[in-house]
Design a binder for this molecule. Sequence first.
Ligand SMILES: Cc1cc2nc3c(=O)[nH]c(=O)nc-3n(C[C@H](O)[C@H](O)[C@H](O)COP(=O)(O)OP(=O)(O)OC[C@H]3O[C@@H](n4cnc5c(N)ncnc54)[C@H](O)[C@@H]3O)c2cc1C
Length: 282
Amino acid sequence: MTLSRDQSLLPVPARVRGVRELSADTTLYLLSMEGGEGERFDFTPGQFVQLSVPAGGEAPVSLAGPPRGDGCLELCVRRVGHVTGMLHRILPGGRVGVRGPLGNGFPLNEWTGRNILLIAGGLGIAPLRSLLYALLMRRGEFGEITLMYGAREPAAILFKEELADLSSRRDMHLFLTVDFATEEAPGGLTCNTGLLPTLLRGVNFGTADTVAALCGPPPLYRCVVAELQGAGIPAERIYLSLERRMKCGVGLCCHCAVGDLFCCSDGPVFRYSDLQGVSGAL
Ligand SMILES: Cc1cc2nc3c(=O)[nH]c(=O)nc-3n(C[C@H](O)[C@H](O)[C@H](O)COP(=O)(O)OP(=O)(O)OC[C@H]3O[C@@H](n4cnc5c(N)ncnc54)[C@H](O)[C@@H]3O)c2cc1C
């Protein structure tokens, strides 16, 4: 969906329709756009919105569900500070503002016929959940689909019930890992212990025709990219979603500049080949 500059600067009112607690500090919100905006709201996985809470301000948040076409959207938000703290106090029925969708998203149409490897660390599962469901909705167009998801500890694994369902599907592969295991993996999930790069080393994901999409905390990127390249996936088939402090979300304020690139409007999704040589990108 392409927005005019005015549209992408103007928040649209939305109502909180559902709230699902995913972990001690992270909640999934189902929002519905108001005033007829719903029918027009379409997006590509990997895009984000600027979410505003009344008298609170805005925060960029990834679209966490697939495009649904019914004016509803899902956002998975971790409570870390001012805006996200105020959001977590809003009850179902409450109102928020949504500006977007913003940014570029993952180029799914360029991936048809390829194997797809999704690698999510922590909250990086939010945009990759959107991408995964969008891929599964078009399942016949892609080769093998693999999701690798790493969380800090079992209690921090998000979307546990959905992961249990996904693990029983025969048309995709799921690998989970936690940095340290203080308790059993929840809900019968099979979970490794160790960091994502280690998990990656132990899995044969057939690199010949594979596209990798990666989202997680910045320290993860260098070592995962090194593993992927070591396994034979070229830089132009590795896609990263970069997270930077953002304000305007539309390439005006320069808060999220990385070299000559703006994370908000040129990204947040980049091919690794486009980031090589860009100082401070990773
Ligand atoms: C493209 C994009 C997509 C995002 N998607 C999600 C998502 O799906 N779910 C989600 O929970 N969060 C997401 N974030 C991060 C989210 O925007 C920040 O957590 C939020 O802006 C914090 O706002 P706050 O007012 O609650 O925190 P503040 O009160 O502003 O800050 C609280 C703490 O968080 C730190 N912080 C704030 N913003 C960032 C940031 N962008 N990067 C690193 N540290 C930060 C501050 O330094 C401070 O320590 C995304 C960010 C970007 C840029």
